[in-house]
Ligand binder design. Structure first.
Ligand SMILES: Cc1cc2nc3c(=O)[nH]c(=O)nc-3n(C[C@H](O)[C@H](O)[C@H](O)COP(=O)(O)OP(=O)(O)OC[C@H]3O[C@@H](n4cnc5c(N)ncnc54)[C@H](O)[C@@H]3O)c2cc1C
Length: 513
């Protein structure tokens, strides 16, 4: 037993447990790291997971139930601070369950475009080229498949046809089959078409190995302080404990909770820490900076008739286009929502249709950059998320949304999709100018739930980098970060596969050779 820190002040003896590797967060990346490292029976691995287990829990495993998990006990549910140019009412879902957001998300599973990795290398992530990362794509254990014929909704089929006719983009049977390009089609999804279960990181990487004697998974165990010399202090229903790593700590708590844990541990911008009354362990100015996200807006239609029921997760088809013909990557993306997703439009006074659907233009490589910090030094206070949506000086993000709303109307005017539409509810046919579409698009915008970048990976001489290309936390040789917080820039596509690949690479970097 050693003497440890306890939240709420005072000092008392904490029960201490020791393992070779301690992973904070059994989420998307954490599940991969835990699975790969514990394949070595000589290595004892402990996962500290804040949420419950997903094993046998139909609410979590059934992919199509994802929407019913929002704002429940499976969701940390982080608010956004007031946004001067964006939507101040967004509630950022972060999953509180084994498997993390891969246990809550829609499992859209794109292989990231090669140029996204080029951007990372240019940002100082030496060794993270698409060639170097390719083996990790091959190695992924999740099952990525096409949407099964029985799950294909005629609305989505007709959407794909209309996108092709209206915009001239190719219809793709598999977005992951070749170099990433513009196109429309059903999306690649990580699921089992027989059962409708998600193929989450937990299902694919942890469930088959739960009987490994060297793998300990502590659920409902929330880490709130890291001392790389003494251990991670966690809170459980039975009280606090200290969990010590003999070799390494791997932080996989995600783009909100990894920087939050570091700040609570005195690792971050010194001025902020002092203002909060937290002792400064290391002045690391980049912690919490570079907060990125994919913002998306919505064009909402009332259906002309009730929709057939089949679907995988109610956003099964999509569209990528390039407004810049000289670009190699798409610069505008849309999901087709086969349900009326009206969180934001209802607040603005728009009707909520009984039968409705929408297209969601989003900004694949947003230029607005935000910041995460703490409100106070109490570990239980939710952090402050300031995305600074639509504040990029050139107005690129805003322009993308306006272009997207216009292109969506072109698709809506094209058969066979057009005849599914009864009327445009939002933004509504009266809003037509750039100014009107921008004001609506920004007021009604949502998130694609992709926060990232808050512990940015970069070169050794980059003062804003939090981890190096070996994922080591600057200033410490026994702590690494492996989750969406390390993104130097945003991937063009939905980021989960990128996170899984980070988990695979982290395991390779950590494994004793
Ligand atoms: C609703 C929703 C839909 C999405 N849809 C898609 C999609 O279709 N495709 C796609 O590519 N991406 C999607 N995403 C995004 C994607 O799922 C995430 O970017 C990715 O899963 C993040 O992985 P991570 O490992 O960084 O964090 P997470 O998967 O969030 O893992 C973090 C884990 O750490 C745990 N944790 C946090 N803090 C602590 C602590 N202090 N102590 C102990 N444990 C802690 C959490 O409980 C969680 O299990 C979606 C996200 C959401 C929320």
């Amino acid at each position: 037993m050693i003497i440890g820190r306890r939240h709420g002040g005072g000092r008392r003896e904490l029960e201490t447990l020791e393992y070779d590797v301690v992973i904070v967060g059994g989420g998307t990346a954490g599940s991969v790291v835990a699975s790969r490292l514990s394949a070595d029976p000589q290595l004892s691995v402990c996962v500290l997971e804040g949420g419950p287990s997903d094993v046998g829990d139909e609410r979590v495993l059934r992919l199509r139930n994802w929407i019913n998990l929002l704002e429940t006990e499976f969701d940390y549910d982080y608010p956004t601070v007031p946004q001067p140019r964006g939507n101040s009412h967004i509630r950022h879902s972060r999953a509180r369950v084994l498997g993390g957001c891969s246990s809550h998300n829609t499992m859209i599973s794109f292989r990231p475009p090669a140029e996204d990795f080029d951007d990372w290398v240019a940002a100082g992530a030496q060794g993270w080229s698409s060639e170097a990362l390719a083996p990790y794509w091959q190695r992924l254990e999740i099952t990525i498949t096409r949407v099964a014929d029985k799950d294909r909704n005629p609305l989505a089929e007709d959407f794909v046809t209309a996108c092709h006719t209206a915009l001239g983009v190719p219809v793709l049977d598999d977005f992951n089959a070749g170099p990433f390009t513009d196109g429309t089609g059903f999306l690649p999804v990580g699921y089992d078409p027989e059962t409708g279960y998600r193929s989450s990181a937990s299902v694919a990487y942890l469930h088959p190995h739960l009987d490994r004697p060297n793998l300990t998974i502590m659920t409902e165990t929330w880490a709130y302080h890291l001392d790389p010399e003494r251990g991670v202090t966690v809170r459980t229903a039975d009280g606090d404990r200290l969990i010590k790593a003999r070799h390494e700590y791997v932080l996989c708590a995600g783009a909100v909770d990894t920087p939050r844990l570091l700040l609570l541990s005195g690792i971050g911008p010194a001025d902020d820490l002092k203002r909060l009354g937290l002792p400064v362990r290391l002045d690391l100015p980049g912690v919490g900076e570079n907060l990125l996200d994919h913002p998306e807006s919505l064009i909402l239609w009332e259906a002309s008739r009730p929709l057939p029921p089949m679907s995988v997760m109610d956003a099964d088809a999509g569209l990528f286009i390039r407004r810049d013909p000289g670009a190699t990557r798409p610069d505008l993306m849309f999901h087709l929502y086969q349900i009326p997703f009206t969180f934001n439009t209802e607040r603005l006074g728009y009707d909520v249709p009984e039968h409705g659907f929408g297209m969601t233009p989003n900004v694949p490589r947003p230029r607005s950059v935000g910041r995460l910090t703490l409100a106070d030094s109490d570990p239980s206070t939710k952090p402050l998320l300031d995305f600074r949506y639509f504040t990029d000086p050139d107005g690129y993000d805003e322009r993308t949304i306006v272009d997207g709303l216009r292109l969506a109307r072109e698709v809506a005017a094209t058969e066979p999709f057009a005849s599914w539409i009864g009327r445009e509810i939002a933004p509504g046919p009266l809003l037509r100018t750039d100014e009107e579409l921008s004001a609506y698009g920004r007021a009604a915008h949502h998130t694609v739930y992709h926060p990232a970048g808050t512990c940015r990976m970069g070169a050794a001489d980059d003062p804003g980098a939090v981890v190096g290309p070996d994922l080591r936390l600057r200033g410490f040789d026994n702590v690494r970060v492996a989750d969406a917080s390390i993104f130097p820039t945003m991937p063009t596509v939905n980021p989960m596969v990128m996170v899984l690949m980070i988990g695979e690479r982290a395991a390779d970097l950590i494994r004793p050779r």
